[in-house]
Design a protein around this ligand. Sequence first.
Ligand SMILES: *Cc1c(COP(=O)(O)O)cnc(C)c1O
Length: 798
Amino acid sequence: MQVTKEQFIRDFKDTLHEEQQIKIIDATPRELFIALAKTLRKYYTPLWLERRRDLEKEQKKIAYYFSIEFLPGRMLETNLLNLGLLETVKEAFADLDLDFDTIKETEHDMALGNGGLGRLAAAFMDSLATTGYAGFGNGLRYRYGLFKQRIVDGYQVELPDPWFDSTGSVWETRKDHDNVYVKLYGDVYLQADDAGNLTPVYQGAQILRAVPYDVAQLGFENDTVNNLRLWDVEIPEEDELRYPTIADRRRIEDITAVLYPDDSNAQGRELRLVQEYFMTSAGLQTIIRSYLKMNLPLEDIYQKVAVHINDTHPAVAPAEFMRLLVDEYGLSWDKAWQATVKTMSYTNHTILSEALEKWDAGLFKYVLPRVYQIVLEIDRRYVADLAAKGVAPDVIEATRVVKDNQIHMAHLAIIGGHSVNGVAKLHTELLKEDTLHAFYQLFPEKFNNKTNGIVQRRWTQIADEALSNELDKWIGKEWRTDIHHLRKLNAFVDDEQAQADFYQVKQTAKARLAKYIFETTGVEVSLDAIFDVQVKRLHAYKRQLLNVLHIIKLYWDLKDNPEKDMVPRVFIFGAKAAPGYHFAKSVIKVINELANLINNDETLGGKLKVVFLENYRVSLAELIIPAANVSEQISLASKEASGTSNMKFMMTGAITLATLDGANIEIKDEVGEDNIVIFGMDKDDVYEHYQKHDYYSRGIYENNPTLKRVIDSFVNGTIPNIQSEGMEIYETLITHNDEYFLLEDFDAYVKVQETIDKLYRNRSHWMKMSLVNIANSDKFTSDDTIEEYAREIWHLEK
Ligand SMILES: *Cc1c(COP(=O)(O)O)cnc(C)c1O
């Protein structure tokens, strides 16, 4: 978009005057942010309208990405960058004597997601617009995003995240004309109409209005604007007598009040089921409506529409689509089923069995009586079909939708769709071999892999300006528009000047983070230390505790020998724990108390520091990740489906210290074994223990004095103020046999940490490794991931 600096300044001032009746000198940073956002909206709104008209005219196929989470973080800089106005606006603000950074930081993160899954959905929105495909998001407009984390006395405290009240509403547009109605509860029976067809009659159903709020998704410098549609709930005026009190109305508003803060445990909560159905039904209803405007036969809808089910939360989609096609639009079951299967596709995000969503059949029937009948019919036909084909009864039983009085949502998504994908090569292999093996035998053609990706623009051009400028200097600017040009950097990995220059880039990012650490925690950290970072949700399988074990080991090393020759190390953590996840919260407490112990012990000579940064979120990730020297990706092999922070770290020049899990394996394939540090058990080692039932953590503990001393530190008063948490951790590791095999991996982990220490001493070599990582990180652009989804799953044209 072409806007001169002078024009922008005029438009910006006009917006401030007209809409906020205020002059620049009187405006707060937040008011300036709002005016800036509104100015941008004026710029892209015509493009948005044009896009809608073009899509209607050209009748191109549209993919709808259904996700209960979207985690875009801040939108301002992305929107500016994608419009091609970031530099112009920064210069304009400098002219106006306004500090751009202060203004941008008033934007509250849009945190309608928990972590990786939601961040991926947001990345896909950006990449869909950037690659030019018609791809729309469909989700919920939570009034409160993921909780805000505060640390008080070392404990996580969760506060509401009223993102919406501060700056959240500035990017959205309410679309009343696209309202739909969603039915819940009540009774349903079937009645023959005049033609003898059975139609459902609803009695006493609760009818709610779904109102869409659209958020523009701008493509990078291509004038493409897609749509992220977030649904909110309202009480229809006709029904207001049903809700005479404020409390009655609040119960309805609660449907879109909060994002569930459970990262991978399905909570059997009625409200959650209502949320899932609400957004799925509303989305599908508008999709059918807009398809029908083209006057094409409904049974061919899959030719113009793809519906993607991101994890199981929207997995009621095949059943709801059937309900709409059969009940509301009169298609025969068989035609509707064919259309449904060809329309739907599903991404699995985890092999953790507790996270594979299942609903109690009684609850499902109570909340969604008609959809329940349809699920039963899908299940009945599935069983009959396979039995007729001679499929073994145990295979049928293992894969059907309704069994043991539960509705298996992943099964519904697989049976009701044409594609199932995992999110990294290893993960997809595990789905085929293990988690979904029976399905794979029945429908091998449905399975495919789509390794996750990241929006490189956010992690380089936005989060790491110094890196971006240095890249321009060495390889020219083409990488900014086509990330594959990063590979040119491979020619300079041995260049001493390049190594020195990129070292300075990292030091710049470290200085910025060190300042933030000091301001927020009071801890002073040295820029000569290795910044060793683990930021991600707190979960047992991610093994933050293994990192802690190693830190305690270093602590004892230094206590025994203060002269220990080691490069100073700063261990940096950021992690939210689900509020009900007791163990995870105990680990946070322990990290904080360990940090207190270590940071205040002068005998350690400043060689060791531990920092826990509260409220990890996208905007904080943008500050932390570019400053990392070491990227900790130490999940138990087979448990991390893909990971995406591993890719962000790689792209900004950290060395990955990793197990052979998720996309770490693919990072290794890109950089080669010499430029990544791998340790520990692989997936086969892990599965062997499962088969042989031969893991015995107490045996390891008793035979490894170093490890024993480390673990005893949790319960012998070494770390103050962790009586119950220390005991809980001790019991997890020893009494409950260490489910994630930390003890077995401990020695290997300590060893590679020593390798890191050695490698870092050779700056030239370290920087070579770092440059190889940056140079080959283009592999993980979500733009390419989206190209694969578009080609191989959704069958879209540009
Ligand atoms: C990228 C990202 C994640 C995902 O991190 P993993 O280490 O892949 O689990 C989670 N939260 C935020 C805020 C992120 O930016």
